[in-house]
Design a binder for this molecule. Structure first.
Ligand SMILES: Nc1ncnc2c1ncn2[C@@H]1O[C@H](COP(=O)(O)OP(=O)(O)OP(=O)(O)O)[C@@H](O)[C@H]1O
Ligand SMILES: NC(=O)c1ccc[n+]([C@@H]2O[C@H](COP(=O)(O)O)[C@@H](O)[C@H]2O)c1
Ligand SMILES: [Zn+2]
Length: 275
C-alpha cells in the first residue's frame, strides 16, 4: 500500500509511569514497527499519559514528578510526547474517557488543518463528513488519524478483574478505537482474547505485538532497587536517573503512599470506602 493510503495512527499509552522505564519507550517502538509492517498503517504520534494522583495506587508518587520524568525520557524522541491532561484532573479518569479526550483533540487539530487548507490553498475541507461506528456513541471523523490504546498484556488481562473495568468501556475501546498490546512475561494475550467473547468479537482491532527480547523491567522493580540504594542505570534514561537522585524520589516512605487506600476504579465500581 502506498504511504498516502495507509491509515494514520496515534498511539496512546495510559499508566502510572512511576517512574517511566526504558521498556515503556520500547513499547512504543515495538508497536510502531508492528503496525507499519502490516502495510496498512503509518504511526504518526505516540502519547504517554501518566495517570493522576487520584488513581490511589500504592507507592504512586506525585504526578508532577512522574510527568517531568516522562518528559525527560522522551526529549530525544521525534514522535513520542507526554500529555498532562489526565494527570491534571482532580479525580481519577476512566481510561475510556482519556481516550475520548485525545480523540476529540485529534479531531479538533484536524479541523484546524482543514480550515487552514481552505484559507490558504482553497482546497476542499475533507473533515466535514462524519459517520457512525457500530456500537459507539462516538462518531469517526474522516481524515482524523485512528487513535489506538497501547498497553502491555498485564493491562489487557486486567480487563477480566472484577470491578476494575466497565464492560461498556472495554467495548468502546476495542470496537471503536483499537488496542495494541505488547506481550509481557507471564501473560498470554492470545489465550485471554480467545476466552473473552467481547475481545474475540473485536479481535481484528486488537494487535498483539510479540516482544522477542523478553525482559522483566518494571517500575516496581526500579522502585525496589532504589529503596535498596541499588543502581537502576540502563533501566531508565540517565536524565531520569539523575532527576530521581536530585529529588530524592522513591523511598520506603513513598512506597507506603496509598497503602490503606482502595484503588480508585474499585472504589468507584464497588462503592468501597477510600480507607
Ligand atoms: N516490560 C514490559 N513489557 C510490556 N509492557 C510493559 C512493560 N512494562 C510496562 N509495560 C506497560 O506499560 C504501561 C504502563 O505501565 P506501568 O506504568 O504500570 O509500568 P509497570 O512497569 O507495569 O509499573 P508497575 O510495576 O508499577 O505496575 C502498561 O500498559 C504496562 O503493561
Ligand atoms: N476502568 C478503567 O478505566 C481502568 C481500570 C483500571 C486501570 N485503568 C488504567 O490503566 C492504567 C493501569 O496502570 P497501572 O498498570 O500502572 O496500574 C492506568 O492508566 C489506569 O487509569 C483503567
Ligand atoms: Zn504496571
Amino acid at each position: 500500500m502506498e504511504g498516502q493510503s495507509r491509515t494514520k495512527v496515534v498511539l496512546l499509552a495510559c499508566g502510572s509511569f512511576n517512574p517511566v522505564t526504558n521498556m515503556h519507550l520500547r513499547m512504543f517502538e515495538l508497536a510502531r514497527d508492528h503496525l507499519e509492517d502490516t502495510g496498512q498503517y503509518r504511526v504518526v504520534k505516540g502519547i504517554i499519559s501518566p495517570v493522576g494522583d487520584g488513581y490511589k495506587k500504592k507507592g504512586l508518587i506525585e504526578a508532577c514528578h512522574r510527568l517531568e520524568m516522562a518528559r525527560l525520557a522522551t526529549e530525544n524522541s521525534d514522535w513520542i510526547i507526554v500529555d498532562s491532561w489526565e494527570s491534571l484532573q482532580p479525580e481519577w479518569v476512566e481510561t475510556n474517557k482519556v481516550v475520548r479526550h485525545h480523540y476529540d483533540e485529534l479531531a479538533a487539530e484536524q479541523n484546524d488543518d482543514d480550515v487552514d487548507t481552505v484559507k490558504y490553498s482553497k482546497k476542499r475541507r475533507i473533515n466535514k463528513q462524519v459517520y457512525c461506528f457500530e456500537g459507539s456513541s462516538h462518531q469517526k471523523r474522516r481524515g482524523c488519524p485512528q487513535l489506538m490504546l497501547l498497553c502491555g498484556a498485564d493491562v489487557l488481562e486486567s480487563f477480566g478483574q472484577p470491578n476494575l473495568w466497565k464492560q461498556e468501556d472495554i467495548n468502546e475501546i476495542v470496537s471503536f478505537y483499537g488496542l495494541v498490546c505488547v506481550t509481557r512475561s507471564g501473560s498470554d494475550p492470545h489465550k485471554f482474547i480467545q476466552q473473552s467473547d467481547t475481545l474475540w468479537k473485536y479481535r481484528r482491532n486488537i494487535h498483539i505485538v510479540h516482544e522477542w527480547v523478553t525482559n522483566e523491567i518494571s517500575a516496581t522493580h526500579v522502585r525496589r532497587a532504589l529503596r535498596r540504594s541499588q543502581s537502576v542505570r540502563y533501566l531508565l534514561p540517565d536524565t531520569v536517573v539523575d532527576y530521581i537522585k536530585v529529588h530524592h524520589l522513591y523511598t520506603a516512605e513513598s512506597e507506603q503512599k496509598n497503602a490503606d487506600v482502595v484503588l480508585a476504579p474499585l472504589q468507584r465500581y464497588t462503592g468501597a470506602s477510600s480507607s
